[in-house]
Design a protein around this ligand. Structure first.
Ligand SMILES: [Zn+2]
Length: 486
């Protein structure tokens, strides 16, 4: 600093007010930090240890690159951002010289399932953090178990977990647990009248949002949505098969997998929908899973082949306030095989042997059938990203890990790369894994960016992710809730 007057940086987080005072004296900068809570005087000069990341290049998803900065963290929050070496550390502070490195906000995976494979549940938190994923949205699983998992992780280093509880399904339930290879992630909602009781019980059990699934009927869908809105819970949803994306979508905060948009975008969408509704109404016996899969395999490819751009624009224009979570990684798994990446073996080595054994069968199948695999939906999914971008439909990064060979944490970086490959800029991709998920939960004022007052969930990279999104993998250090991850 060249000025001789003290510089005071003031900020507030919640009810607490903070200030950092930079006092130039004898050519050196002395720093006095004081924390004063609301209604208390600022006379107490006792210092709280700070973590200082110095000389770092900040990559903010909104503001882009700002070089040579200093970021100061105190009690889990970012309390100061300014030119490098502005604030001088006291003896109790922890300082990291990050010269030449790049700091991004902690990443989110907007679509994970902790309870899909029990052999993975316990190691998932650690894997997420290792790959810079500091927050996740669990989009389907038993609510009591998810609440217990979050409580169990409360005082450990773990990502922030936001969960919905079970997939809210209809009379038939896709994930009803009847087949041992498919866990009981879903539950049936009897009718529209039980919607409020269902949502309210989930809220009481700790759910942060609700997740509506594919076999729900339209009346119950609307009642669940009304209940969630009354209780202030965001809604994530698949497109219910009795509805179209432009009818169900605008009611939800997020839609998953891009699935069923193909039907809404087809020139013969009305005929396909009528066919589909008749199948569902006439289905009186059997498994929800088979009903759902049967409809997808009968209608998905024909719908894509009947794509009508004008019709699709009308559909997408209804979705400008609904985040699409494409899970491109999952949708393209037959085409962009994760196990062909050079870094796959070392990442897979962290998984339990039983998981790897199960996955090996899937890998062999994909290799064996690679010539006969139909990649129409994979290609359509990537194509649709361009259309979403053009129609200004928000996009969020999610992976559906561990489903479909999704290594927790690792697979989020594949998702980012696929989003860029499908037309996003690198900065838009980072935004989709930071600001967009925070917005879904109404947390964008406190999470998702590198700003004073925001949570100190941060990822340090050796290479610039704006130059090449593959650099999101060049992680050197991860900070979760203000602490460096060991
Ligand atoms: Zn899922």
């Amino acid at each position: 600093m060249t000025s001789s007057t003290p510089k005071i940086y003031a900020y507030s987080i919640g009810a607490a007010q903070y200030s950092i005072t930079v006092l130039p004296a004898l050519g050196r900068t002395l720093v006095a930090a004081c924390i004063c809570f609301a209604l208390m005087s600022c006379s107490d000069t006792q210092q709280t240890p700070k973590t200082i990341i110095d000389n770092v290049n900040i990559v903010d998803p909104v503001d882009g690159l700002v070089v040579q900065q200093q970021v100061v963290i105190e009690e889990g929050n970012i309390v100061f951002i300014g030119p490098a070496q502005e604030v001088q550390a006291s003896s109790q502070d922890q300082v990291l010289d990050a010269a030449g490195q790049f700091l991004i906000p902690g990443l989110w995976d907007m679509h994970v399932h902790f309870l899909y494979d029990e052999a993975l549940t316990d190691i998932m938190p650690e894997l997420f953090l290792r790959y810079g994923v500091t927050s996740v949205r669990d989009t389907g699983g038993d609510v009591a178990r998810l609440a217990a998992l979050r409580t169990q992780l409360e005082n450990t280093q773990a990502p922030r977990i936001y969960f919905s509880g079970p997939l809210l399904d209809g009379k038939f339930v896709v994930y009803d647990g009847s087949d041992p290879s498919r866990p009981p992630l879903g539950t049936g909602v009897a009718d529209a009248d039980s919607a409020m009781a269902t949502v309210s019980a989930l809220k009481t059990a700790g759910a942060d949002f609700i997740k509506i699934y594919e076999l729900i009927d339209p009346t119950t869908y609307n009642s669940l949505a009304d209940a969630a809105k009354q209780l202030g819970m965001p809604i994530a949803s698949h497109v219910p098969l009795m509805m179209t994306a432009d009818v169900a979508g605008p009611i939800a905060g997020s839609m998953e997998h891009l699935r069923n948009i193909e039907l809404a975008c087809a020139e013969n969408w009305q005929a396909l929908l009528t066919q589909r509704q008749a199948k569902i109404t006439g289905f009186t016996e059997g498994l929800g899973y088979d009903l759902r899969s049967g409809l997808h395999s009968a209608q998905r490819i024909p719908a894509i082949k009947a794509y009508d751009q004008e019709r699709c624009n009308t559909v997408l224009d209804t979705l400008t306030s609904t985040i699409q979570v494409p899970t491109l990684r999952l949708n393209t798994v037959t085409m962009v095989k994760p196990f062909e990446r050079a870094d796959w073996p070392s990442a897979a080595a962290d998984l339990p042997a039983t998981v790897l054994d199960n996955w090996q069968a899937r890998i062999s199948l994909l290799n064996k059938n690679s010539l006969s695999i139909d990649n129409t939906f994979a290609e359509w999914s990537q194509f649709l990203i361009g259309r979403l971008l053009e129609r200004k439909v928000p996009i969020g990064a999610g992976t559906d890990t561990p489903i479909g060979l999704g290594i927790p944490g690792y697979s989020l970086h594949t998702e980012l790369a696929l989003l860029v490959d499908s037309g996003m800029t690198t900065q838009q991709a980072l935004y989709s894994a930071t600001v967009t998920p925070a917005k879904f939960l109404g947390l964008e004022k406190s999470m998702g960016q590198i700003k004073v007052g925001m949570a100190a969930d941060l990822v340090l990279l050796s290479d610039n992710p704006l130059e090449n999104i593959q650099h999101s993998r060049s992680i050197t250090k991860v900070m979760s809730k203000g602490l460096w991850v060991e």
